[in-house]
Structure formats: C-alpha cells, structure tokens
Ligand binder design. Structure first.
Ligand SMILES: C[S@@+](CC[C@H](N)C(=O)[O-])C[C@H]1O[C@@H](n2cnc3c(N)ncnc32)[C@H](O)[C@@H]1O
Length: 225
C-alpha cells in the first residue's frame, strides 16, 4: 500500500514516518522508484553539453540519481529532510543482477566490470540531510537543481513556494538551470511558473505535460534566469 505524504510538506517527522513505512512495506514502490532513477542516465550527455558540472537533487528521498550522475562524470548531491530516506539512499547497493536488468540501455551496455566501477565511483556522490530552507545545508553553487515531486507540496501558499524558489535560486550559479517534475498538479505549475517569472527567470520551457497515462500529469519545467 502507498504511504501518504504528510499534509504539511514541511513536517520533518511526517516525512520520517512516510519513509519508515514506505521502506518497510512497499517493496514495489522502492523498486519502481529506483528503476526510475536509471532513466536519468540517458540525459547526462545533454546536461554536460549544456556546461552543467554540479547538480543538486532537491528532496531526493531514496533516489540513486546522484550516484548515476557521478558515474556519468558530474558532481552530484542529494538533499532531503528525512534521515531515514538519506541513510537508505547512501547505503543502497545495487546487486549485479538488478543493475544489469535495470540499467542496460540502448546507449550503454553493462557488464561485471562496469558494475564494479559503478560501485566504486558512486561512493563519491554526496548526500546531505537537511532542509533547503536552512542556509547551512547544500552550500555551494549548483549548475542544475532537479526537484522531482518536491515543489508541488509547497504550492498551497504562494509565499511558501516563493520562499523555497528563492532558497533554490541562491544555490544556483548565474547560468544555472532548474528542472522541475510535478505530478498531478496543474495549479502548481501555474504558481511556480508565475513566481519564477516574477523572480526574473526569462526562459521557462515546458518540456512535457503528460506521460500519456490518464491522471498522471507531469510538469517538466526547465527554467533559467
Ligand atoms: C514526494 S517526496 C519525493 C521524493 C523523490 N524526489 C522522489 O521523486 O521519489 C518529497 C520529498 O521532499 C522532501 N522534503 C520535504 N521538504 C523538504 C525540504 N524543505 N528540504 C529538503 N527536502 C524536503 C521529503 O522528505 C520527501 O522525501
């Protein structure tokens, strides 16, 4: 059964509870979530060609994407308020069979040597536990911030989403980009789009609105100042 996200998105204890239940009960969700991360690999070359070197995965949960990005030659950090999620993300080790099954793509062929290299290199991915609202965490300048199913929870209140977007903006380099994925939240798109425009983001691209399945509307928004 799917765990419910906390009503109040800033509720750290609520997220701890969510991840404790999800990781204890929902093997399907864990597998699905980790499988999704492997899909990022094909976009690494594009990001590199855009001059991106340093990536922050905001509200990353248990995501393994920072490890894939490091393996692809970028610097990557995962940030989340939940210690449970962050500890799982750091300690998750792909078994060879899963790595082979999930990761083999048209572009990239996996063998045992590649897996051994991944296991070693991926340790260089950084993970931090803390809130984006805290200026002492995820310090540094990032060329790209990826927020997957993270920002919509703050869109109940335009002041809150503005505060979060400003905290992201402070961590972006002057040519930095923000990649946002939001599920089932068309009004969140409008609010985020509006606030980014007010903040001087002149280049907001909607990459896709739907993954083709009824009721699953994603906002893929790539924004830069
Ligand atoms: C719906 S989950 C999405 C997790 C992950 N991005 C994914 O796609 O599976 C939202 C995540 O945002 C994290 N979060 C909520 N508020 C946060 C904050 N202020 N700073 C950092 N992470 C936060 C939660 O702990 C949770 O893991």
């Amino acid at each position: 059964m799917l765990s419910r996200s906390p009503e109040n998105w800033s509720d750290k204890e609520g997220w701890e509870d969510y991840w404790r239940k999800t990781l204890a009960d929902d093997e399907w969700l864990i597998k699905k979530r980790l499988l999704q991360d492997t899909e990022y690999f094909d976009s690494i070359d594009y990001f590199k060609s855009e001059g991106i070197r340093n990536v922050l995965f905001l509200g990353c949960g248990i995501s393994q994407a920072p490890k894939f990005f490091v393996f692809g030659g970028l610097q990557a950090t995962g940030l989340d308020v939940s210690e449970t999620a962050i500890n799982f993300a750091i300690n998750y080790a792909f078994e060879y069979e899963k790595f082979y099954r999930w990761f083999n793509s048209q572009k990239f062929k996996v063998n045992k040597q590649v897996w051994i290299e991944f296991c070693s290199v991926s340790r260089k991915a950084s993970y931090e536990c803390g809130s984006i609202l805290d200026p002492n965490v995820a310090q540094g300048a990032f060329d790209l911030v990826v927020a997957t199913k993270m920002l919509q929870g703050f869109c109940k209140d335009q002041f809150k989403i503005r505060e979060i977007l400003e905290c992201i903006d402070q961590r972006l380099t002057s040519n930095g980009k923000l990649l946002i994925f939001t599920i089932n939240a068309p009004s969140a798109r409008e609010m985020i789009d509006d606030q980014l425009t007010r903040m001087g983001y002149g280049n907001i691209k909607q990459l896709s609105d739907s993954n083709g399945k009824l009721g699953k509307s994603f906002l893929h928004l790539l924004a830069s100042a």
